[in-house]
Ligand binder design. Sequence first.
Ligand SMILES: [Zn+2]
Length: 156
Amino acid sequence: MDNLTPEQRKKAMAAVHSKNTKPEILIRKALFALGYRYRIDYKKLPGRPDLALPKYHAVVFVHGCFWHGHSGCPNSKLPQSNKEYWTLKIDRNRKRDGESLNHLHAIGWRVCIVWECAIQGKNKKMKIERAALTISDWLQNGGVWLEISSATQREM
Ligand SMILES: [Zn+2]
C-alpha cells in the first residue's frame, strides 16, 4: 500500500496518464514499427534512460530542451523572472546528465539523445519517423554517441 493522500494520488495518476503522450512514447512506437524491440525497465541505469536496446548495447534518452538545457536551442531560453533560480537548476540538470553519460559510456553503453525540438512542431510525424531512422542507422552502424536535434534533422 502507498501512503499517498487522495490529492497526491490524483497527481500521481495524472503524471502516469500524461506519460503516455510524451515524446519518448512516440520514439518508442516509431522504433517498434521499424522492428526494434526495447526495454523500458532499465531505469536502474545511470540517468534512467527512456529506453534500452540491450542487443545493441544502446540506450536512448528523449530530453526536454528546457529542463536539460539544450545549448543554443530556442526552447531552452530561461524565463526572465527568477533567472538565477532557473540557471542554477538547469545547470545542475546538465551536470547530472553529463555524469550519467560518462558513467554509461564507462560501463559499455552507447548513448543516443533525442532533443524534443527535433520531433516537435510542423510535420511532427515525419520528424519522428526521420529520428527513428537515424537511430536505426546508428544502432546498426554507429559509434558510441548520437545526438538528434532540430539542427541535425535539418541537415538531413
Ligand atoms: Zn532543443
